[in-house]
Design a protein around this ligand. Sequence first.
Ligand SMILES: [Zn+2]
Length: 82
Amino acid sequence: MSDTPDNAPSGGCPDAVTLAAYLDGMLTGPELARLDAHIAQCPQCARDVAELREIIAASAQAPGNDDLVGQAVAAARGLVRK
Ligand SMILES: [Zn+2]
C-alpha cells in the first residue's frame, strides 16, 4: 500500500483483469482513483479502456449474456498480448 506520486505511466499499467474490473464498476476507493488517474495520463490504457468499453457495450445488447467480465478480460488479454 504505497502512494504513486510519480506520473510516469511506464511500468505502472494495470493488467487486463484490473481494467475489466474497472470498466465493470467493481473498483472502489483508492483503487478506482488510481485507475482513473493512470488512464487519464496513459494513452495506451486510455485506448484499451475505450476499446473494452465498446466491447462491453456491444455485449450488453446481446440478451442472455451474463459473462461480460469474462469477455472483457479475454478481450483485454488480446489487447495486452500484442
Ligand atoms: Zn497504462
